[in-house]
Design a protein around this ligand. Structure first.
Ligand code: FES
Length: 151
């Protein structure tokens, strides 16, 4: 069975699958990394976003075979409850989540933005998060939290 070596949250992992087109999202959840969510499965909602070499990528659209040798970071890899990433701390402080389903993908997109631009403008935050849908309508608090994390 084909094997793919992928660095996931800083650890070398090998994913074995007979289907090289298996979405990374399924492989991650199979590894117990369930922070990454299945929303639309069509590349339209951003709930499944992860970092691939620092860039936000929709894991529902990324075949496992395309990740060979790359570095993937999920929400679990950003921080822990005891040592949260500044974005995670800011999202908690701003009480961003309502249902929370989209939050992992939103934080990942924001982390990609801050990785490229540590002090983005509000307009840049809105543009960077344009691909992340939130049906609860938390967008105002999301922007506030990202601004706080970058300040
Ligand atoms: Fe991947 Fe919606 S589940 S973009």
């Amino acid at each position: 069975m084909p094997r793919y070596d992928i660095r996931i949250n800083g650890a070398a992992r090998t994913i074995e699958t007979s289907d090289p087109d298996q979405p990374l999202l399924y492989a991650l959840r199979g590894l117990g990394l369930t922070a990454t969510k299945f929303g639309c499965g069509l590349g339209r909602c951003g709930a499944c976003n992860v970092l691939v070499d620092g860039q936000a990528v929709q894991s529902c659209m990324a075949p496992v075979a395309s990740l060979e040798g790359k570095s993937v970071t999920t929400l679990e890899g950003l921080g822990t409850p005891a040592n949260p990433h500044p974005l995670q701390a800011a999202f908690i402080a701003a009480q961003v989540p309502q249902c929370g389903y989209c939050t992992s993908g939103v934080i990942i997109s924001a982390a990609a933005l801050l990785g490229e631009k540590p002090k983005p403008s509000e307009a840049e935050i809105r543009t960077a998060l344009d691909g992340n849908l939130c049906r609860c309508g938390t967008h105002v608090r999301v922007v506030r939290a990202v601004l706080a994390a970058s300040g």
